[in-house]
Design a protein around this ligand. Structure first.
Ligand code: PEP
Length: 249
């Protein structure tokens, strides 16, 4: 089965009502390939999810940027997977490096979140990736494998999982991984999935790249055989996101 190209837009903690309307208007007006060719998911902050979902063209889905690790209750400030499912929010981003680093989310905690969100019917964009220090120490694959293992230990059905390889040194820095660097890790990650989960999961799971993707560099990255799409931060707030969506073709 072919892997459909996937483009996610992570708006992070950005936007006002007016800015969200502008981004939505741009996305609604842009020429994008059909949903047979590319799956597009944008991820506004929680408070803008309902308005984004109701005003975006139907081909563009929405994702939350996080959810709680278990059933809701006395967890002030958290949003549960059940709430997202209740609002028909189909996707959630989990394990983003900003949350791993700033909020101390461990591999195990992210793995628990992924399993819980899937059990509630959400689809998950699960982020993995190494820091510059780890890359320079030659431990990139050890780090990425450990992050993926924590998910694999808790998940049996990978149908609704997209893995986002996001080297931390490339996020928001303007220092994009070269197409060769991205391909190398994606290929190793696919081999890891084949050896540790199954060859079926390895060949069907989308592995997308994130880290300073732009309209200018997306085509070359998208041409690599194991790069199945992108998770885009800064450029997803700009009109060039349309060009990135079109890099699938
Ligand atoms: C991200 O936050 O997931 C990301 C990839 O950011 P940027 O594209 O801005 O590097």
């Amino acid at each position: 089965m072919g892997r459909k190209f996937f483009v996610g837009g992570n708006w992070k903690c950005n936007g006002t009502t007016g800015e969200v309307k502008k981004i939505v208007d741009t996305l609604n007006a842009g020429a994008i390939p059909s949903t047979d060719v590319v799956e597009v998911v944008v991820s506004p902050p929680y408070v803008f999810l309902p308005v984004a979902k109701s005003s975006l063209r139907p081909e563009i889905q929405v994702a939350a940027q996080n959810c709680w690790v278990k059933k809701g209750g006395a967890f002030t400030g958290e949003v549960s997977a059940e709430m997202l499912a209740d609002l028909d929010i189909p996707w959630v981003i989990l394990g983003h490096s900003e949350r791993r680093a700033l909020l101390n989310e461990s591999n195990e905690f992210v793995g628990d979140k992924v399993a819980y969100a899937l059990s509630k019917g959400l689809k998950v964009i699960a982020c993995v990736g190494e820091t510059l220090e780890q890359r320079e120490a030659g431990t990139t694959m050890d780090v990425v494998a450990a992050q993926t293992k924590a998910i694999a230990d808790r998940v049996t059905d990978w149908t609704n999982v997209v893995v986002a390889y996001e080297p931390v040194w490339a996020i928001g820095t303007g220092k994009v991984a070269s197409p060769e660097q991205a391909q190398e890790v994606h290929c190793e990650l696919r081999k890891w999935l084949a050896a540790n989960v199954s060859s079926e999961v390895a060949s069907s799971t989308r592995i997308i790249y994130g880290g300073s993707v732009s309209g200018a560099n997306c085509k070359e990255l998208a041409a690599k055989p194991d790069v199945d799409g992108f998770l885009v931060g800064g450029a997803s707030l700009k009109p060039e996101f349309i060009d990135i969506i079109n890099s699938a073709t």
